[in-house]
Structure formats: C-alpha cells, structure tokens
Write a protein that binds this ligand. Structure first.
Ligand code: IMP
Ligand code: MG
Length: 180
C-alpha cells in the first residue's frame, strides 16, 4: 500500500457542520408536489448524506442509497457505473453526492432519476471542483457546500482506495498524484 504525506486539514469539521445545517434548511424549504426523496450516492456521500438528512426538517423525507463509482486511485476512469434508482414516480428528488468533479456521475444519476419518473430532480453536493468539468458532465449543482480548487481531497467520506473516509475534516493529500 502506497505511503503518503499525512492528510492536511483543508475544511474543518466545524465548518462542514455549519454549512450542512444551511444546506439542510435549503432542502427543507425547497418546493415539492410529491414525496421528497434524497438519493445518496455511495460510497463517498455516506457521511455527508447522514449529516444532511438529519438537518432536513421534513418528517416524511425518504432516504435511499445507490452505489456509483468511477474513480481508481486519484483519477477518474471516465466510465461511470451506477445502480438503478428505485421507482420515483411523482417524487421531488435531491441527488446527494460528496463531490462534483467531471460531472459525469451526477449527469448519469440525474438522467436515471428522470427516467424513473421523478417530478423534479435537483442536486446537492458537499464539494465542487468547478474547474474540472468535462463535456457531458453536469455543469453545476443546485446546492454546493464549498467550491474547492483542483486538488485531490479525502475525509468526510471521501477516500483514496478506501482510506481516509473516516477523517472528520476534508483534507488535501499533498503526496497524491494530481487528478488526471
Ligand atoms: P465525477 O463523475 O468525475 O464528477 O466524479 C464524482 C466522483 O468521483 C465522486 O463521487 C467521488 O467519489 C470521486 N472524486 C472526485 N474527486 C475526488 C477527490 O478529490 N477525492 C476523492 N474522490 C473524488
Ligand atoms: Mg462518489
């Protein structure tokens, strides 16, 4: 297993907690005509989605999880695999992910929710790397926790091949190869 420089804290757990409350309030206030569903993309969104869902003031919130993957090490493979969403007829869906990078994962997830019959589909991400968008990727999210530069980050659910997800801060890995 590759040994790396220690992860350097970049966004603190306290700042994340404050921002998540604001995002939860925005989702609570968002219009809906049907069931409000959070579809959280695993594995990366597991910490963010757990905190975000508990910041949403809606006793009828439906929370579902689907696995998406595209990264190997520090670079995107360009191929997104996504588990099919549930039946979403008439639902107002928030797709939740840890980070918007090339945008390919979220473009595919939004299209899958629309195909499953959602009345509306919006996107909330903890982090956004706006400079990394690729053609065909989702151009922007409806709600963003923090914009960050093009660096490989870990912690708060984000990983490098399964490592560092448990760190409470979002951290930069100085020793990692630049994202490809
Ligand atoms: P996209 O399809 O390129 O937008 O990639 C989105 C997925 O790539 C995210 O859900 C993350 O799992 C992963 N990812 C992108 N950037 C990073 C990073 O800096 N650290 C860890 N995972 C990342
Ligand atoms: Mg992910």
């Amino acid at each position: 297993m590759q040994s790396l420089m220690p992860p350097r804290p970049f966004i603190s757990a306290a700042d994340l907690a404050r921002r998540v409350q604001e995002l939860g309030a925005a989702i609570s206030a968002s219009p809906r005509t049907g069931p409000r569903v959070i579809l959280a993309l695993m594995d990366g969104a597991f910490v963010f989605a757990a905190d975000l869902a508990r910041a949403v003031n809606d006793p009828e919130l439906v929370l579902v999880f689907r696995r998406a993957s595209s990264y190997r090490g520090t670079s995107s493979t360009g191929q997104v695999s996504l588990e099919a969403p549930p039946e979403l007829a008439g639902a107002d869906v928030w797709v939740v992910d840890d980070i918007l990078d090339t945008g390919r994962t979220l473009a595919k997830a939004v299209a899958a929710c629309q195909a499953a019959g959602a009345a509306s589909v919006r996107v909330c991400v903890c982090l956004d790397k706006p400079s990394c968008r690729e053609p065909g990727g989702l151009p922007h999210a409806d709600l963003v926790g923090f914009d960050i530069p093009n660096a490989f980050v870990v912690g708060y659910g984000l990983d490098l091949d399964g490592r560092f997800r448990h760190l409470p801060d979002v951290c930069v890995l100085d020793g990692a190869a630049p994202p490809g």
